[in-house]
Design a protein around this ligand. Structure first.
Ligand SMILES: [Zn+2]
Ligand SMILES: [Zn+2]
Length: 503
């Protein structure tokens, strides 16, 4: 390969992120766990009551959602116990959903879709205005009103829909009725409701596999545990592949066809379309599993601060490890949109609001994201692309590439509020150019790999991260307080209980 690396398309990225958001660690489960700890052993609901709640909700599948405006991500959501992802997006974005593209991990139910397509009613109102009222609008202004009405496009992953068609006899009649209602809403809406799956470019999966192996997180584990099972990464990946195929692919092909028929995709049931569709879905699932295992739930590895005094202050407390890992995988996915031919870097910024809110992400909300790339709008050949192996410093890339953190800050869709806890997740150590930017922007916590900390090269150096004060740093490492101290929000393992007993 002559410096060219395979790159994820934007549609691929949005699709993968929607699936990934469906897997956002359930806030309810986290809260319940901590409540159970406080109250002793039992949760607020008795066992019977718990069983009832879970059968009611079984039919509604948790759904991930990516909101995109002008091809930029402006929202990452997932269903909560109380609300579907689509409704959450409406509450959070309101009329700002105009002209947005929505990427769902499941076809949304009729209750969500009717609210989302409701924007189109605005268009009809304008059309119905008496002539004299319309005439004061400039022709271009009128056009703007038309364009501003409603969501632009609703894309969904073509497997089991939000109201599950796989959930067994009792609910299936309702699920079919809902699917019919969805079709009706779809055919009457201005928004384009569709399946938008793009095949991955050649060698994409292999490339992601290789680079995942080399990423900071896997490297760190294999460096510190040289005698550990070298294959832990492949093992972890195999498990993820199985798990995600169960979740995102209908394993029985006939059943999958039936679902496609019911949700109005009968044209995809014929071959070669059907087999192409399945292959495409499998490839994307494989890619997601590969990236997810690059920040693995492995032994006592996690994002920890080296400074133990810092951890004790509530404001500086790290996120639950599973949430931190989830956000880092978002950043890892973003890195595969890089324009740098050698090193892809991704960054994502989240903040924690004051209230827990209705979102499946709890109090956390999305602020912005980015990857390393040449200045927006530049053409492919505008800038040099050489790295530090090139002797002539003038033709190296370093003065032209915008770093992932810089893009995430520049193209953020929300303000960073000084009174709130905000955090940036970066797949590599922030460089000396970025560290003061992150601090200056008021970000309170950095989650990153630290393989490059303290390194200095001719064009890029990583000296300032180690000295940075006033921002909490959580880097990927073995739990420094020893394996016997429980991470606050981690489930208790038998091993840790045993070790605690020793104290
Ligand atoms: Zn819904
Ligand atoms: Zn940088």
């Amino acid at each position: 390969m002559t410096g060219q690396i395979p790159r994820l398309s934007k549609v691929n990225l949005f699709t993968l992120l929607s699936l990934w958001m469906e897997l956002f660690p359930a806030v309810e489960a986290q809260r319940q766990k901590s409540q159970e700890k406080e109250e002793g052993k039992h949760g607020p609901l008795g066992d019977n009551e718990m069983a009832r709640v879970s059968t009611d909700k079984k039919q509604v599948k948790k759904t991930g959602l990516v909101v995109v405006k002008n091809m930029k991500i402006v929202g990452l959501h997932c269903s909560s116990e109380d609300l579907h992802a689509g409704k959450i997006a409406l509450i959070k974005h309101g009329s700002r959903l105009k002209n947005c593209d929505l990427y769902f991990s499941r076809k949304p139910c009729s209750a969500c879709l009717k609210m989302i397509v409701n924007g189109s009613a605005f268009e009809r109102q304008v059309e119905a205005l008496p002539e004299e009222m319309v005439s004061w609008l400039e022709p271009s202004g009128l056009q703007q009103v038309f364009q501003a009405a409603g969501v632009n496009r609703i894309s969904y992953w073509p497997a089991d829909p939000e109201i599950s068609l796989l959930s067994g006899a009792s609910g299936s009649e309702d699920a079919k009725l809902d699917a019919k209602a969805v079709e009706r809403l779809k055919s009457n809406s201005r928004a384009h409701v569709c399946v938008l799956l793009q095949p991955l470019v050649c060698f994409m999966v292999q490339f992601v596999e290789e680079t995942s192996h080399k990423c900071d997180f896997i490297q760190k584990i294999s460096k510190t545990l040289p005698d550990a099972n070298v294959d832990f990464y492949s093992e972890c990946r195999q498990e993820r592949v199985k798990e995600y195929e169960m979740l995102f692919l209908v394993s029985n092909e006939e059943l999958h066809k039936q679902i496609l028929m019911t949700i109005g995709l009968e044209n995809l049931c014929e071959n070669p379309y059907f087999s192409n569709l399945r292959q495409n879905m499998k490839d994307l699932i494989l890619l997601l599993a590969t990236v997810a295992s690059s920040v693995p739930n492995f032994k006592h590895y996690g994002f920890y601060s080296g400074n133990t005094e810092q951890i004790n202050e509530i404001h500086n407390q790290s996120l639950p490890q599973e949430v931190a890992r989830h956000c880092m995988v978002q950043a890892r996915l973003l890195a595969y949109r890089t324009e740098d031919h050698k090193t892809g870097v991704g960054a994502v910024i989240w903040a924690e609001g004051k209230s827990r809110n209705c979102d499946g992400t709890g109090a956390m909300y999305f602020i912005g994201c980015g990857y390393n790339a040449f200045p927006a709008g530049s053409e492919y050949a505008d800038f040099p692309n050489m790295d530090d192996k090139q002797k002539d410093r003038e033709i190296r890339k370093f003065r032209y590439i915008i770093h992932a953190e810089q893009n995430a800050l520049t193209f953020r869709c929300q303000e960073i509020k000084p009174e709130e806890k905000s955090m940036i997740f970066v797949t590599k150590c922030p460089c000396d150019e970025c560290v003061p930017l992150i601090k200056g922007a008021g970000i309170k916590q950095i989650y990153a790999g630290d393989v490059d900390v303290g390194k200095k090269k001719a064009d890029i150096s990583y000296m300032r991260f180690g000295e940075l004060e006033g921002v909490s740093k959580f880097t990927w490492q073995l739990n420094p307080s020893g394996t016997c101290v429980l991470e606050q929000n981690e489930p208790e393992s038998r091993e840790s209980k045993y070790l605690q007993g020793l104290y």
